[in-house]
Design a protein around this ligand. Structure first.
Ligand SMILES: [Zn+2]
Length: 235
């Protein structure tokens, strides 16, 4: 393994330059959607074919992140590209990539409504067609450590971390980020209705609705493209 740590984006191969740009774009999108209330939260992408991943610097808010603020870390935490402040939460990204070969992107935020939902200490209730992305695909972690998050996540696409926030995972950053944007909206609906007697959708309706919104409508991919169009301004 090379010990050389690159510093500038233009020192990366083109495919990796595209990844750091995509991460910075996702950070900007999440910030525009109110998912970045302050310092904290991370967006990462697996480095293809390597025991490593790209992740945003910890000391900046999502709306401040540019491609130059994205670093590459080995699964052991060693720096491979960029010399930035590393979040204490880097370990669960490395853990998830090693545990889930089907996952190539991880998004973690402390978005307000996501965090409010997490503090109810239960999965999202099915109160909208778009909730069905999380039907039987959302876990709740006993605490903030990867020792608990890893086994609790299992094959889910999302996990609530009570009194903290949530993590979404998927095969692409566009899908993982769109899942988080959707979760913030669905969490707002769920928490707002919590004090009422409004019943959630019957479970038996959920699998077909998820197929419709995901596989037929392509909602996550369209959501990612929508938000890319909205935030694509010069860095
Ligand atoms: Zn956190």
């Amino acid at each position: 393994m090379s010990t050389t740590i690159t510093e500038r984006v233009d020192e990366l191969p083109p495919a990796e330059q595209a990844i750091v740009t995509e991460i910075a774009t996702a950070c900007r999108i999440l910030a525009a959607h109110g998912c970045s209330p302050g310092i904290g939260g991370h967006v990462s992408v697996r480095a293809p074919g390597q025991d490593a991943f790209f992740i945003n610097s910890f000391h900046l808010t999502f709306d401040e992140i540019t491609p130059a603020d994205v670093m590459k870390l080995g699964f052991d935490g060693s720096a491979r590209h960029g010399r930035h402040r590393v979040s204490p939460g880097w370990e669960f990204h490395a853990g998830i990539y090693q545990q889930r070969r089907d996952v190539d992107a991880v998004v973690h935020t402390h978005a307000f409504w996501v965090t409010a939902l997490s503090s109810l200490n239960r999965p999202l209730k099915m109160r909208h067609n778009l909730c069905t992305f999380f039907f039987e695909k959302m876990a709740v972690s006993p605490d903030d450590t990867f020792e608990q998050i890893g086994p609790a996540l299992a094959d889910a696409n999302s996990i609530l971390i009570p009194f903290h926030g949530a993590v979404t995972v998927d095969r692409s950053l566009g899908r993982a980020a769109a899942l988080m944007l959707n979760l913030e909206d669905m969490a707002r609906l769920d928490v707002t209705l919590e004090a009422t007697q409004a019943p959630p959708m019957p479970d038996e309706r959920c699998p077909a609705l998820r197929t419709l919104v995901d596989e037929v409508a392509g909602y996550l991919e369209l959501t990612w493209e929508l938000h890319r169009r909205k935030v694509m301004l010069p860095w």
